[in-house]
Design a protein. Sequence first.
Length: 340
Amino acid sequence: MRQRKWPEDGSCEPPDEASYDRYEMRGDEPADVGDPFELALALFRCATRLERGLTSGVERRKVSPVAVRTMISLRLADGGPLDLGDLARAVHVTKANVSGELFRLEREGLIHRSGDPDDRRRIRAAVTPLGTVRLNQMLSAGRAAIDEALAPLSREQQTRLRRLADLVDADLDGTADPGLADRRAEQVQAVYPGLDLTPIRTSMAVGRISGSVTMLLRGCLAQAGISLVVFHALVVVVTIDGGPLDLPSLVPLLGVNRGSVSWTLRKLESARLITRRPDPEDGRRIRAVATSDGAALTSRLLPEVRARSATAFAALSGDEQREFRWLLDRLAPAPRIALA
């Protein structure tokens, strides 16, 4: 495999063959877009890392990212009537979740709400003075966490990643308003004129399409009673085919923590989809083999998963998919394993 070296200055050039030869060969080469499922997994890893960074930032203020998004929505509505369904879509949760979040925020004195006298299906809610102070603190902490997570990309690269994500998002949901995110960003900018929204918009765009693509893939995995992470681990075991598995390497590969990796492998073993034993050459590693049931399940599901992944990214050209994968990999690098 040829080794590629990419620009040290962070400049964003699409990783096509023409740009390869401008740099000394070093490091992993950008992934081929021949397997759309690998692109979906790279997106999932990146979104998980960004969400984890945001969560760790705002949880220092003892509040969830959902609370931040809810309070921003209420701040923008400025006490006007709100439909719970619209609010849930803006916050990216269910109506039940946003109702629970409103209750918690009101209990903590961060918002005040009442019924809309003109329409009982809607509410009126406003951020209290205490809520305004807390929201500003949370935005500062969250912004610092997002800046840290997006540090491998320049502002231009962050913008490019968001634009590619927006293309995927608009194609996945034909009813989506492609200008909605821009209008919402303009509203936030009006309230916080000194805030650079590029990192926040990029993080939200990646998280939004990761959720949409994950839901698309769950459609064919649910019938087998298997999650995306568990299925990914099974495909890795099939690919390794009895070779050594390094648990720490599976953490970035699967986009979960080490405890979740161990739980995932135990779940596969208890379902009799894999067998595992210690690696005789290194006690820190294991040897895992797919059972006949595991191999059959992979053979049955993988073509459909790949087909759905291809559909998810159909709005991007081949070069755009390569660029998208390259940008995602810079944010959440993982070991290269060409899936079976």
